[in-house]
Design a protein around this ligand. Sequence first.
Ligand code: 16G
Length: 159
Amino acid sequence: MAEASNPDTGKENPTFKIRRLEISDKRKGYMELLGQLTVAGPLTDDEFDRRFEEIRSYGDDHFICVIEDESSGKIVATGSVMIEKKFLRSCGKVGHVEDVVVDSEFRGKNLGKRVVEFLTEHSRSMGCYKVMLDCSVEKKGFYEKCGMFNRAIQMTKYF
Ligand code: 16G
C-alpha cells in the first residue's frame, strides 16, 4: 500500500510492508530496533538463530511481526504476541502483546498502530477472548488509540 507523495520530493513515500519475522531480519536491524525498547543484547548470530527456530516451532502461538521499509530494506517496527491457553472461560485463550517498538526515525506514521492492530487481529483469529499487554505510563495514550483501556495495574519481579 503506497502512501501519499512527499511534497518536498514529489516522490512516493516508501512502502511499509507488515509480515512475520524472518531469520534474515537480524541483518536488517531487528536487534538494533529492539534495543530502542530495552536492553537487547549482546547476542551472537548462533544464539539468534537458535531462539528463532525455537519460536518458529510454536507456530501461530508465538507470532512476531515486523514492518520493513522496502525502500531501504530496514526493519522499522515490530511487536509480538503469545497465545496463552487457559482452563478458565471454557478453555479460553488470551493474546499477550509484547515488545512493540517503532524506530525513532519512523515515528508519527501510524506504524505502531498497524503493528498492534495486526497482533490484535491475529489473537482474534486464534480464538482469543481478549488481548492484553503491559507498558510504560507514557505509552497509555498510544494504546488507548489502539482501542485498549487501562483495566488493572501491572506487578513485576525482576531476577
Ligand atoms: C514494555 C513492553 C514489554 C517489554 C518491556 C521491556 C510492550 C507492549 N510492552 O513493557 O513487552 O518486554 O517493555 O522492558 O511492548 P524490560 O526490559 O524492563 O522487561
